[in-house]
Design a protein around this ligand. Sequence first.
Ligand code: PTJ
Length: 245
Amino acid sequence: EEEIPEDHPRYQDLLTRHRIEEGVEKGITHLQGMHAEGRGSAFDYLLGEETIPTADEAERAAAAHLLLADRPVLSINGNVAALVPGEMVDLAEAVDADLEVNLFNRTPERMEAIADHLRDHGAEDVKGLEADARIPNLDHQRAKVDEEGIYAADVVLVPLEDGDRAEALEEMGKTEIVVDLNPLSRSPQVADVPIVDNIIRAIPNVTAHARDLADADEDRLWEIVEEFDPDHALEAAEERIRNGL
Ligand code: PTJ
């Protein structure tokens, strides 16, 4: 395995790319995931490769939503599994959420490989394999979800999600939290909470906020949720990118 020196100016980016390559080799990540990573990396470069203040606010609002939820679910695809498997397990524990494997390019082999990978990182129950319910208004393969998971969820965290699916979940009336480095893509635009940040930084920070808010009362959590303005967060991210150019 190739070593990346930690003092390399592009250390994080190279590490990320390396994890995606490994994910592809292990049968976890789809080849398209490499293209997705390349796009994300370009946006991250323009954002300064840091969590901007409005992303931190979004991460705090996401934590509040997840803590308030009756049935929170964290969705996992091939990129998420390669980049932040242990971090997703930690977040699920911190907010008492379920983990559900939900793939855009669904194959039984990749579903199993990802579920195993999550179990290797400490997940106890991994949903998604039953696929006994469908998201309305999506084609068959892409609509598959677990009845007791995403289908019944009130709050869903869908990182790096496809626009059609993000829209269909929103139409089901779910509170949707999206992580996506591109503020112009449809998924963050339809989300209740768009987190424009690298998933590598975003997930641990949502968990940190959730731990910080663990003893907060419901009124305080609702206040945080209501103070958050998704349009402002998207505009601030776009402005940062324009300035970055
Ligand atoms: O594993 P599957 O089959 O479910 O497929 C997953 C991918 C990501 C390949 C699939 O959903 C896809 O093709 O997604 P898109 O349409 O390329 O969208 C991915 C979005 O995530 C893009 O807007 C990227 O900018 C963004 N993105 C990529 N890497 C990161 C990211 N956002 C946050 N953190 C990243 N590390």
